[in-house]
Ligand binder design. Sequence first.
Ligand code: TAP
Length: 462
Amino acid sequence: MPETDGGELLEVLEPATAAVLDAVPRAGVDDVDAAVERARAAYPAWRALSPSDRAAVLRAVSDAVREHREELARLEARNAGKPIGDARGEMDMVAQVFGYYAGAPERLLGDSIPVSGGQAWTVREPLGVVGLIVPWNFPLTIAAWKLGPALAAGNTVVLKPAELTPLSAVRFAEIAREAGLPEGVLNVVVGPGSTCGQRLVAHPDVAKIAFTGSTEVGRSIAAGAAQTIKRVTLELGGKSPNIIFADADLAAAAAAAPGAVFGNAGQDCCARSRILVQASALDAFMSALEGAVRAIRVGDPLDASTEMGPLISASHRASVASFVDDVAPVAFRGTAPDGPGFWFAPTVLCPVDPRARAAREEIFGPVAVVIPFDDEQEAVRLANDTIYGLSGSIWSGDGGRALRVARALEAGVLSINSNTSVRVSTPFGGFKQSGYGRELGPNALDAYTEVKSIFFSTGSAG
Ligand code: TAP
């Protein structure tokens, strides 16, 4: 059960049916304070654990996630409405993240720096209690990206999942505890961002907030954290470009484009939701894309053949639908089930004016805009014409051009002739208003440690 004594119950819905899936106690501010206190009490012992012992615990957590893969995947598929195949892949990634960061406690290296009169070197210290605030789109995966490096570095944690999708975090905490994570090292509080999230941000004993979610809330977290000079990392929204040059393998680009924007029903901060296509290839690309979009299987998340599930909530569906009004230039749409559940058919708008709302705002749903361009310069200008800078793709048969464009794009995670953004061993994070700080890879440890410099005087020979 989550960390709360509160009496109020939070009903958790299943997006595919709109029915109640479960009910969990809803935490309040007092529960956050109690969780921070437990994390504070557990910190000295967790920090003092030998690096190899801390590594062994993280390895055991990784193994336990693998053992519980199917249970966790089904929970995530039902609560977040994502296809079971995707959910299984996400649980594999969660296990990989803990396995990867199990290597970190024994590799938190410092520098030895030449100075006069003695020896200087640096060590990495944990921060203390860190607050993790995560969204509903990849609930346990995004939590793991933060938990792995935070725990490896010797911090203790209070994790606040989104109220819409708390179930996998609650179950994961039990599994991790059974696998040997000491009491109090990971504390889950299930409650609203407006109370529990804000309290974590304001709490004087929380050293850092790692947040993934909307740019709007990220802004308020950065402002709130300034009061106590908390460390903050922010992984926020995106409006990522998928740039397709006429010299690309158009069939491959068109076959891959739907997955890059309609995966997780478009509820993905890395969604390549702006498809920029060189005008001379537009017709050929659009006809290949149409077949791929109409073929997407949208349906029951627990059916192994499903490729796209529902949206997360009724209100989010209304927000997505507002981008496909009567005057939207709908080129073609896929299908979606009727009846209960928050369904929305994959939709492609073309041609879209780059100044249009659908081309500028993060839709966070299965709606792609296609924008034609004439040359490389225009492609780069259009791609960078956004407040965001998270990810993007470049498809071209000209390697020099692909690299030139990759260097010119203002974004943190790019792929060439591929739409993948995320690997456990490579850094992930945004430029501009997509946030700051990096998750995953070796860089994530920087965000959960302070560098300490120590000078040892050697005196002078007598
Ligand atoms: P947010 O409101 O940003 O929620 C993300 C997390 O922050 C949730 O755990 C939320 O808690 C918490 N939160 C909300 N207000 C807070 C506050 N004032 N202080 C501290 N924590 C707070 O995102 P959302 O409502 O779920 O989605 C809105 C839009 O955000 C989406 O349409 C999409 O554009 C964007 N979004 C981006 C991402 C990524 S991966 N970058 C993920 C999700 C959403 P509760 O939800 O429990 O109240």
